[in-house]
Design a protein around this ligand. Structure first.
Ligand code: AMP
Length: 492
């Protein structure tokens, strides 16, 4: 089994959006939607629009607020368009992978915003390169764009998308422009979220419903796994094509645990409710009576409130207190390149309030432990300010394997839980006790069966066919030639 990250090209843990409006320019609504999706990516931001004649594009490195000036938005003409925010990966920052990816082919202009990660991009890229396609980036999104452009020369839009779906394998939630038509596409197992919203004067497709809220729209529904949604040109509706059907989904549970905004509704669940429910289950499974329950802000907050509420309902004498203060101006600790810098960043980011903690037993609640930097530092900090005992409770199972589906996790050797049992980890972070949540609790809180979730990072078994890893289901990775032949007879 290979160790470490094994993605092909940079991972794309991102936010996507697409709108089609009746007459009004799409640029500003897209810009506001990208603000709502900023938590999904801070490395780059971009918008592509189409005015019926030509495509316009503006893509910059940096946060949404820095990437666009008033004039940039003014020059993005057209009432249809897509937008993208890109997640910072631990590797090099490379503007060639900033999105939306846009290009003009004989078959028209295309813009693509991608969240997720293909696991067979290298194969498809090689095959396309051999037939004369020139690539400008090593990202998997460009692979989708070239494949789709080629298929559009021979087939109508829906069939072309279907052919592309039969060649690419992995996780993708996409918004696409083909000239002034906006599409939304979710991979057959629906790994990353994607939903449809109704605006006053049009429709929106986006990663999270919070982006619909900021435009005062209404969530219509999630895009179904394997479904293509085509927005009408004047924002007058949408068509749906169920292009691929699979028995099981592979929804990423980690979206609910960590990644998505708590105010978003994903696959039928409000993320905030899920996190509180997971907190309640954490109490049921491994509650420990202490004087104080402390959330790690902000990631552990909803879990901790559910945990404390369930504890109080059981007449446990525990107090819920915001005893850790977060400095919002320190970036995500996670992406700091060295361990030393990461530790310093945790110290800068989280400061305990001595008066809340001194002389007390405390339970610290966070959503997840990845490398263990945050928990190790927190236990030490809380002991330093006089805690009598520090118990850690985590609202997710132990993360034991990398994510190939687009979440920037860590390599196997960096994951504190890889190859260890809970007591080893407890010892390493020096906590009085440590408990994770069970996988069953996650499935129950999401009201899904285990077979419908992607649990790769907590089981080491993936719902996609990844080189060198094992799968937890019957998945068939497309073979390039065979898949093409197969599609020709399966085109309708
Ligand atoms: P660590 O300090 O490496 O154990 O990471 C755990 C902390 O990082 C927790 O507070 C999580 O909320 C947060 N976290 C978990 N997953 C990610 C991720 N993919 N990117 C950034 N932060 C994360």
């Amino acid at each position: 089994m290979p160790d470490g990250r094994h993605t092909e090209g940079p991972t794309e843990k991102c936010g996507v959006v697409g709108v089609s409006l009746d007459g009004r320019d799409a640029a500003r609504p897209l810009y506001y939607a990208l603000y709502a999706l900023q938590h999904r990516g801070q490395e780059s931001a971009g918008i592509v629009t189409h005015d019926g004649f030509q495509q316009h594009s503006h893509v910059e490195m940096g946060l949404v607020g820095d990437a666009f000036e008033e004039g940039d938005l003014d020059s993005l003409n057209g009432s249809t368009g897509i937008g993208h925010v890109r997640y910072p990966t631990a590797g090099s920052v490379d503007s060639s992978c900033a999105q939306p990816f846009s290009v003009s082919f004989k078959s028209g202009s295309l813009g693509l915003s991608h969240n997720g990660n293909l696991v067979n991009a290298d194969e498809v890229r090689t095959e396309l390169a051999e037939s004369g396609h020139a690539f400008t980036s090593d990202g998997d999104t460009e692979v989708i764009a070239h494949d789709l452009a080629r298929n559009l020369l021979e087939a109508d839009l829906v069939r072309a998308v279907k052919r592309t779906m039969s060649r690419i394998h992995g996780s993708y939630a996409l918004t696409i422009t083909h000239d002034d038509t906006v599409l939304g596409l979710r991979d057959p197992q629906g790994n990353r979220p994607l939903c449809i919203g109704k605006l006053d004067d049009g429709y929106i497709i986006t990663s999270e419903s919070a982006a619909i809220d900021v435009l005062d729209g209404d969530l219509v529904r999630d895009v179904r796994p394997g479904e293509l949604v085509v927005l009408g040109p004047d924002g007058d509706g949408f068509d749906s094509y169920q292009l691929v059907e699979q028995e099981n989904t592979a929804h990423c549970f980690f979206e609910h645990v960590y990644f998505a905004r708590p105010d978003s509704r994903i696959d039928g669940n409000l993320v905030y409710d899920v996190r509180r429910e997971l907190g309640r289950k954490l109490w049921e499974e491994s509650g420990v009576e202490t004087d104080v329950v402390l959330p790690v802000p902000d990631s552990g907050r909803a879990f901790a409130s559910g945990y404390a509420e369930a504890a109080q309902e059981d007449d446990a004498d525990v107090e819920f207190a915001e005893g850790l203060m977060k400095n919002r101006y320190v970036g995500r600790t996670f992406i700091m390149p060295t361990q030393d810098a990461r530790e310093r960043a945790v110290r800068l980011k989280l400061n305990p309030i001595r008066d809340v903690v001194e002389g007390k037993t405390v339970t610290v609640i966070d959503d997840s432990i990845v490398r263990g930097t945050t928990s190790t530092q927190l236990v030490e900090l809380l002991n330093d300010v006089g805690a009598e005992a520090v118990h850690m409770r985590i609202g997710a199972p132990a993360i034991v394997a990398p994510c190939y589906m687009g979440i920037d996790m860590a390599s196997r050797e960096e994951l504190i839980a890889a190859g260890k049992d809970t007591d080893d980890i407890r010892e390493e972070i020096d906590a009085a006790s440590l408990s994770y949540l069970s996988i069953d609790a996650i499935a129950e809180a999401l009201d899904e069966s285990r077979a419908d979730l992607c649990l790769g990072c907590v089981t080491g078994e993936y719902p996609y066919d990844i080189d060198g890893e094992s799968t937890d289901r019957d998945v068939v990775r497309p073979t390039i030639d065979g898949a093409q032949a197969g599609v020709a007879s399966d085109d309708d």
